[in-house]
Design a protein around this ligand. Structure first.
Ligand SMILES: [Mn+2]
Length: 346
C-alpha cells in the first residue's frame, strides 16, 4: 500500500479471528454458491460480487443465486463479475454442484428461499451485520452489528489476503457500504467507514458515477408513481402526521415496479412540521402494508408492534389484514395519541 493512502483503522481481534476462520474455510472450497436475502439490496449484491470476484481470481468456481429478483438499479454490479447468476433458486444445477454456500447480509433462514436445505447439507460460511438471533445456520460465521454493512466485513475479509482490492471489488464494496449507510449519512457511518471508502476510491471507484447508477436514474414508471404518490399525500388535521396511500392498482396504472415504492414514505416524513410519515400500500382488497417513519421524537416501533409488525424506533412496518381505507383509520387511531403527546410536550 502506498504511503499516501489513508490507513483503515484495524478491525477488532474478535472480528479478525472470525474472518480468518471464514477465509480458511473458503480456501478449501472449489465450488461456491453465494447468496443473500430475498429482495436483495445493494449491500447483499455488492458483498456477493466482491467476494465472488476474489474467489474466482483464486481459482474457485462461484455462482451467485438470489432467492428473488435483483432490482433493475443494481444489475450493473452483476455484469462486473463473470460469476454465473441465477435468480431462480429452483435452477438446481449450480446448487447441486456446490461444495460450499456463502450466505451474505442475513442470518435468517426464512429469508433465504430454499437455500437453507442446501446450506445444511454442504456447509458453508455466513457473513452478516444484523444482531445475532439464535445459532447460525452454518459455521464459521460472523454476525457483527458493529459493521455498517456486510460490505465492511467483506472488505475486512479481503484485506486478510495480501493483495489490494481490484476495481471490480472496490465498486461492489462501495455500492454495499453506500446503500447501507444511506450514502454515508445514517448513524452507522463512522470515521472507519470513510477510511474504507477512501481506499475504495483509490482503487478505482468514481463516487459520482456510482451515485448515478444506484440512485440517479428513474424509469418513467417510477416518476409516474411519484406523481401519483404526491397527489395522494394527506396531512392529519389533528396531529403532525402525513401519509400517502396507494391501492393495489397503483403499479399497473403507472407502469412502475414493486421496488419503485421504496423511499416514497420520505415525502410525507419530510413535510415541514411533521413528526411521523406513513406509507400505506394496498397489496390486495384485504391486505395492506404500512411503513412508519419518525423524525425522531415518536417511537414508531411501538405502534408497529401493536399491529403485529416490528422494526426500529425511527423506521418500522406492519402488514395488516384489512383494506386500504380501514388500515389508514386503524393506524391513525393508534398513532395519534402517541404523536399528540410528543407534539404537546415539544
Ligand atoms: Mn446490510
Amino acid at each position: 500500500m502506498s504511503s499516501t493512502r489513508v490507513a483503515v483503522p484495524e478491525m477488532g481481534r474478535a472480528r479478525a479471528a472470525k474472518l480468518e476462520a471464514i477465509r480458511r474455510r473458503l480456501r478449501e472450497a472449489s465450488s461456491i454458491v453465494l447468496t443473500t436475502h430475498v429482495n436483495p439490496d445493494g449491500d447483499g449484491i455488492g458483498s456477493m460480487v466482491a467476494l465472488a470476484s476474489r474467489l474466482m481470481r483464486q481459482g474457485a468456481e462461484a455462482t451467485i443465486i438470489t432467492p428473488s429478483r435483483v432490482p433493475e438499479s443494481l444489475r450493473f454490479l452483476l455484469t462486473d463479475v463473470p460469476a454465473l447468476v441465477a435468480e431462480d433458486p429452483s435452477a438446481a444445477d449450480p446448487l447441486n454442484g456446490a461444495d460450499t454456500i456463502a450466505i451474505l447480509d442475513t442470518a435468517e433462514p426464512k429469508r433465504l428461499g430454499r437455500l437453507p436445505d442446501h446450506a445444511l447439507r454442504t456447509g458453508g460460511v455466513l457473513i452478516d451485520h444484523h444482531p445475532p438471533v439464535g445459532p447460525p445456520l452454518v459455521e464459521p460465521a460472523i454476525r457483527d452489528p458493529s459493521a455498517c454493512a456486510t460490505g465492511e466485513l467483506v472488505f475486512d475479509l479481503l484485506s486478510l489476503d495480501d493483495e489490494p482490492v481490484t476495481a471490480v471489488e472496490a465498486r461492489a464494496l462501495y455500492a454495499a457500504i453506500a446503500t447501507d449507510t444511506g450514502s454515508f449519512r445514517f448513524s452507522n457511518t463512522v470515521s472507519r467507514t470513510h477510511a474504507i471508502a477512501s481506499v475504495l476510491l483509490d482503487s478505482g471507484v468514481d463516487p459520482g458515477a456510482m451515485y448515478r447508477a444506484l440512485y440517479g436514474v428513474y424509469s418513467r414508471g417510477r416518476l409516474a408513481l411519484i406523481r401519483l404518490a404526491i397527489e395522494r399525500l394527506e396531512v392529519d388535521p389533528r396531529a403532525p402526521i402525513a401519509w400517502i396511500s396507494l391501492d393495489h392498482r397503483a403499479l399497473s396504472r403507472t407502469g412502475a415496479r414493486g421496488e419503485d415504492m421504496e423511499g416514497l414514505v420520505e415525502f410525507p416524513r419530510r413535510l415541514e412540521g411533521i413528526e411521523v410519515g406513513l406509507m400505506f400500500r394496498g397489496l390486495s382488497r384485504a391486505r395492506t402494508k404500512v411503513s412508519f417513519r419518525s423524525n425522531g421524537e415518536v417511537d414508531v416501533s411501538e405502534v408497529a408492534q401493536l399491529l403485529g409488525g416490528g422494526g426500529h424506533t425511527k423506521a418500522s412496518g406492519a402488514l395488516i389484514e384489512l383494506d386500504l381505507e380501514e388500515t389508514v383509520r386503524v393506524v391513525l387511531d393508534e398513532l395519534r395519541p402517541l404523536v399528540e403527546k410528543v407534539a404537546a410536550s415539544g
